[in-house]
Design a protein around this ligand. Structure first.
Ligand code: BGC
Length: 355
């Protein structure tokens, strides 16, 4: 090899080593802008699902059904839950973003605090869907939930029909959750005319920190004591809080004597409906929600733009939104709703209630 050729070879070797060393860094930098290309090339889409909690029965259903729905579409999902801890939810979401997810779905514990996650996801080129609960003051890409205002209306309609006059108690949910304000609005849309006419009086109205049944029990105990047990109806924001309310009523020998409304069609609540201590619940077919979100998430991760008929303002933007229809459930339509859909089995509902 001539001296000149040896020199050329060394230069070539140096260039190839240099390019090789740079390539991974360049890929990493370009990863986010190229996400849609990655997905379009048929690489597996990876969805991150950041959940507030798995404490209540419904969220376990959301978790299992969402995984099933995403996987049925040939995509992958990484699921984390934050135990109602805002800081932990942010850290967990950051980890998902670092792991290279293509899209982030969030059930926010705190409607305001989770805005920080949205900014981080967007800076990494990742779109965000708010699942069941709205995220406030952030440019989220989509919001899919049930019509929460309608949930409240259905609760109040059912109870008002049974108790057109008397003393009402309202037990709300956690104020950190945007849904509670919508549900309460729905309840009072229906109750207000009867309040204005003097037919009903709301003698106690309290939020429930973190949707805790124990707190709901204490609030209901307070409501009973403050009114010498002269309560005619109770509307609770969900079945967990309705459970606490019914325990407080039971302690006064009043369970089953005062109509109580809840939400979620949890098994325990449906059993209480059969047993006569809870009047109604609001059933939200979770599978429809999980399937819709899974399919939209995968499409968005592949770069599709989603247009919706509705939009909900979250304080910053009009968020494209899908609001599914909730269904009121009493003893009369239990069979044709939750049992028919396989949300709960006949033997789970009646077997355990009969004990
Ligand atoms: C959900 C309810 C649930 C509640 C407590 C709300 O945001 O819509 O279904 O019962 O949170 O977890």
């Amino acid at each position: 090899m001539t001296k000149k050729n040896r020199w050329r070879l060394m230069v070539l070797l140096f260039i190839s080593l240099f390019v090789g060393a740079c390539a991974p860094a360049e890929q990493a930098v370009k990863k986010n802008p190229e996400k849609t290309v990655v997905a379009a090339n048929d690489e597996t889409v990876k969805i991150g699902f950041s959940m507030d909690t798995l404490k209540e029965e419904r969220w376990l259903k959301d978790q299992a059904l969402f995984k099933e729905a995403v996987e049925a579409l040939g995509a992958e999902v990484e699921i984390v839950a934050a135990n109602g801890d805002d800081a932990l939810q942010i850290t967990q979401a950051e980890t998902l973003i670092q792991q290279g997810i293509d899209l982030l779905v969030i059930v926010p514990h705190n409607a305001e605090a989770t805005a920080a996650i949205v900014h981080k996801a967007h800076s990494a080129g990742i779109k965000v869907i708010a699942y069941d609960r709205l995220i406030k003051n952030a440019s989220i890409d989509l919001y899919v939930s049930f019509d929460n205002e309608r949930v409240g209306e259905l609760q109040a309609e059912a109870i008002l029909e049974l108790v057109p006059k008397g003393n009402y108690v309202y037990i709300g949910g956690a104020t950190t959750d945007n849904n509670v304000h919508l549900i309460k609005k729905g309840v009072f849309n229906v109750l207000q005319p009867a309040i204005d006419q003097g037919d009903i009086k709301v003698v106690y109205d309290q939020w429930t920190e973190d949707w805790s049944p124990e707190k709901a029990f204490l609030n209901m105990t307070e409501a009973l004591a403050a009114n010498n047990n002269q309560i005619d109806a109770v509307i609770a924001a969900n079945d967990a809080t309705a459970g606490g309310v019914i325990q407080a009523l039971a302690a006064q020998g009043l369970a089953g004597k005062i109509p109580v409304a809840g939400q979620d069609a949890e098994l325990a609540a449906v059993q209480r409906i059969v047993g006569g201590t809870q009047t109604m619940t609001v059933y939200k077919p979770i599978q429809i929600l999980t399937e819709q979100v899974a399919s939209l998430a995968v499409r968005m991760a592949k770069g599709d733009t989603i247009t919706t008929a509705r939009a909900v303002n979250n304080g910053k933007v009009d968020v494209p939104s899908i609001l599914l229809a909730p269904i009121p459930v009493t003893i009369d339509n239990l069979q044709d709703t939750v049992i028919k859909d396989g949300f709960h089995t006949q033997s789970d509902v009646y077997g355990q209630a009969a004990k």
